[in-house]
Design a protein around this ligand. Structure first.
Ligand SMILES: [Zn+2]
Length: 361
């Protein structure tokens, strides 16, 4: 009898261990802005080693905003960052103007480090949804001020002008030089790629590598994987872990322009970034990687090309966004939570629950 009881206890313990999925220490959210399944298809078709072939847990996300079938990046990012839908153009505030807490806020409460790596201005809609709360995505100088107020560990991208005064060529009418204030607060601030890449100082840092957006990938001499390497190097120093958001920002812009060459190049750069991050996560073993998009752009379809993906003939039905579902590709601890078909805010809720299961939405 005693033996039987022991067996039951062991069985219960064992089954709990087996069926409770492991929680990630680190989370890396990768957003290809505008990157519909059609964009992912170009990569899978033309590259036998496409990183998208490596995922076992895949979902489909319905990207609508609170009041519109077709979202913008403000509302799309808000759903992923906070777990709530809002109106187009809003940055992590609800329709009454209340601030919505983002996954970065929850991570910071747990003493995890947070950071962003993007190819737009760092104050652009998607990265802004993780850090700022404003009712108009165009208020980028206000968003920059809110960046300054957050305990971010790593910020890499463009948008230097939103941090610097008008009198010295910036965009700040209040004449506040946020770069100087950041230095006073213990940050290193880099304004060119060489000083970032040669930096060996172990400070938290901002790398604002252009006045507004970075150059498009076809005109740039450095690429997302190098920037991500610098970010992870710094973020990994925190033994409590980190949450990093990476955006292939200009995939969307190529879609708006109906520019096939730029679309393929931007998607390719982002895919290389996914490969880099998957390699890190594989070696690390404690990192959840989530690759998704905020919406599709251009209503693109692949109308021809060779079997191996050369000379792809891309056609477009729109100069704007569409309501096509987008893919959600998950790897690492708790990746299985992201399988299925769901609304975009489910991504945010699921991510936040991994950090704090008691949050009620
Ligand atoms: Zn767009």
């Amino acid at each position: 009898m005693k033996n039987l009881k022991l067996h039951i206890i062991f069985f219960l313990l064992f089954s709990t261990i087996v069926y409770t999925s492991e929680k990630p220490k680190n989370i890396i959210i990768m957003i290809g802005d505008g990157m519909g399944i059609n964009y992912v298809s170009t990569n899978v078709i033309s590259d036998p080693n496409s990183p998208f072939r490596k995922f076992k847990f895949i979902g489909l996300s319905n990207t609508s905003s609170l009041d519109k079938l077709i979202t913008d990046s403000g509302a799309g990012g808000t759903a992923i960052a906070t777990g709530y839908r809002t109106r187009n153009g809003y940055i992590s505030v609800d329709t009454l103007g209340n601030n919505l807490k983002s996954i970065f806020d929850y991570a910071e409460e747990l003493n995890k480090s947070t950071g962003v790596v993007v190819t737009s201005s760092v104050t652009h809609a998607t990265p802004a949804t993780f850090i700022a709360n404003v009712n108009d995505r165009k208020k980028e100088t206000e968003i920059a001020k809110q960046f300054y107020d957050e305990p971010l560990e790593v910020v890499i991208g463009g948008g230097l002008k939103f941090f610097t005064p008008k009198s010295i060529g910036g965009a700040r009418e209040d004449e506040i030089d946020l770069t100087k204030k950041l230095v006073t607060n213990g940050y290193s601030v880099f304004t060119d790629i060489n000083s970032l890449m040669t930096n060996t100082v172990s400070n938290k840092f901002y790398a604002l590598l252009d006045s507004a957006a970075l150059n498009p990938t076809l005109e740039r001499k450095y690429f997302l994987p190098e920037l991500i390497q610098k970010a992870i190097e710094q973020l990994s120093k925190n033994k409590n872990g980190f949450v990093l958001m990476i955006e292939g920002s200009q995939i969307d812009w190529a879609g708006h322009d109906n520019n096939s060459a730029a679309l393929l190049a931007e998607t390719n750069e982002f895919s290389n970034a996914v490969n880099y991050v998957l390699e890190f996560a594989k070696n690390d073993g404690k990192t959840l990687v989530l690759v998704t998009a905020d919406h599709e752009t251009g209503g693109m379809s692949i109308n021809g090309g060779t079997l191996s993906g050369e000379n792809l003939d891309l056609r477009f039905t729109s100069k704007g966004h569409t309501a096509e579902m987008v893919g959600v590709f998950a790897y690492g601890p708790s990746a299985e939570n992201f399988s299925g078909v769901y609304n975009n805010y489910f991504i945010g809720r699921n991510l936040i629950w991994l950090l704090k299961p008691s949050v009620v939405f």
